[in-house]
Design a protein around this ligand. Structure first.
Ligand code: ZN
Length: 419
């Protein structure tokens, strides 16, 4: 069993030591001098805090970053993003996912909830990078060809499932009400109960989605429609969840659905404004996601946390609608809990997921409120070291695979034949 000792590190308001054995935090406080460790880190000038859990993304979209600015969502999807995605090879998707993992590690994220084509390739990339991931078995049945491709992807993923570490889990990922049929949603609901999979979907991202859903499904909103099919449970992660009625919010709270708030994406695509204060007040469980790189375009949770607070205050027209501590909990403890990961809080017995923040930076030097500094001022450059499952993924901003990933992706992008 590997072991790691972090000494002289700031944790909340004290300077202490954190001992890690295997993949769990063994002890916090004075560690007896006779205990030995494989590795010791000097935590002087560093703050230990939980890392980020990104609950909605499409990782390989790093390859599409910056493409097709200034368009309506359906124009953006139908005429630009989907045609480009149709030309992605498994090799491109693998390295695009690795590029996403690199960016996430460098910005303090240890977990991603991914929904993309070729999930077996994505899962392999995340596993090789040492991250935690939930990888979706996609349900899109807009036509027979797409449906068959998704079914093949799922067979490939399930055939390989035993080859992944236990950091990798699988979800059922019905894309959205406008791309997935009623029978497919019913199958998802049944499989989730019978086989224990979590469900990952997009919910009420645009007003058009709501209007179309009402027209096609007897006046039901997407939330009401999905609830009628049994899709909304405490195992469901609903991304965006912007255009909600008060009744929708009540339903989502009662069912224990986890909402993934994607503030930057919502603003970039002008999809709408998430009702942070209202959903929180009604007992909804909120997490934070970045969405894919084509609609953000950053995978840094710092951007989404800060934007989430500002969005909440603007949406409610009230500066008390959300604070740094609220959003930080969403990005850490809630994100981990949504996926059954025993982390998101630094205490003995928990899984050893730890982010070390450099306090010798302009953003962190004033120590009035480290959570406010983290949410409002910090960026990726403040993340010094990242530990996931007891393993160091980045040490003093060095990720071992960085140059290899950048070199590979550069060549692949150069040779990519896209529309
Ligand atoms: Zn999405």
């Amino acid at each position: 069993m590997s072991s790691l000792l972090i000494q002289n590190v700031r944790l909340d308001d004290r300077i202490t030591s954190i001992a890690i054995r295997g993949n769990r935090i063994d002890a916090i406080g004075d560690i007896p001098a006779d205990q030995t460790f494989d590795q010791t880190l000097d935590g002087t000038g560093l703050l230990a805090c939980p890392p980020f859990y990104n609950t909605h993304t499409h990782a390989a979209m790093t390859l599409l970053r910056g493409m097709a600015d200034k368009l309506q969502l359906f124009d953006w999807l139908n005429n630009h993003i989907w045609p480009a995605e149709a030309t992605l090879t498994p090799e491109l998707i693998h390295w695009g996912t690795k590029l996403a993992c690199l960016e996430m590690i460098k910005s303090g994220t240890v977990f991603l909830n991914d929904m993309y084509f070729r999930p077996v390739v994505n899962a392999r990339a995340c596993d090789e990078m040492g991250m935690r991931a939930a990888v979706g078995m996609q349900y899109l049945d807009i036509n027979e060809q797409v449906k068959a491709a998704n079914e093949q992807d799922t067979r490939d993923l399930l055939a390989a499932r035993d080859s992944f570490s236990d950091r990798i889990q699988f979800t059922l990922a019905p894309h959205a009400v406008y791309t997935v049929s009623e029978p497919a949603f019913r199958e998802v609901a049944e499989r989730s109960v019978a086989e224990g999979y979590r469900i990952h979907l997009h919910l009420a991202e645009t007003q058009q989605e709501v209007d179309d859903c009402r027209r096609l499904h007897h006046g039901l909103t997407p939330t009401q429609y999905l609830d009628s099919l049994g899709v909304l449970t405490d195992q469901t992660i609903a991304a965006h969840a912007i255009h909600l009625t008060d009744q929708d919010i009540d339903t989502l709270a009662q069912r224990g659905v986890w909402l993934s708030h994607n503030a930057c994406s919502n603003f970039k695509l002008n999809s709408g404004s998430f009702r942070f204060r209202d959903t929180l007040a009604h007992g909804c469980r909120i997490t934070i996601g970045t969405d894919g790189c084509a609609s953000n375009d950053s995978l840094s949770m710092f951007d989404d946390m800060k934007t989430a607070v500002f969005n909440a205050r603007h949406q409610a027209n009230d500066p008390t609608a959300a604070g740094a501590a609220d959003v930080l909990t969403c990005a850490t403890a809630n994100g981990a809990a949504a996926f059954g990961i025993d982390a998101g809080v630094i205490e003995p017995g928990r899984l050893a997921d730890i982010m070390l923040i450099n306090t010798r930076t302009p953003q962190m030097l004033a120590e009035h409120d480290w959570k406010a500094n983290l949410v409002y001022a910090c960026d990726s450059a403040c993340v010094h070291t990242l530990i996931c499952d007891g393993r160091i993924l980045m040490l003093n901003r060095h990720v071992p695979a960085e140059d290899d990933i950048l070199d590979h992706v550069q060549v692949l992008l150069h040779n990519w034949r896209r529309p």
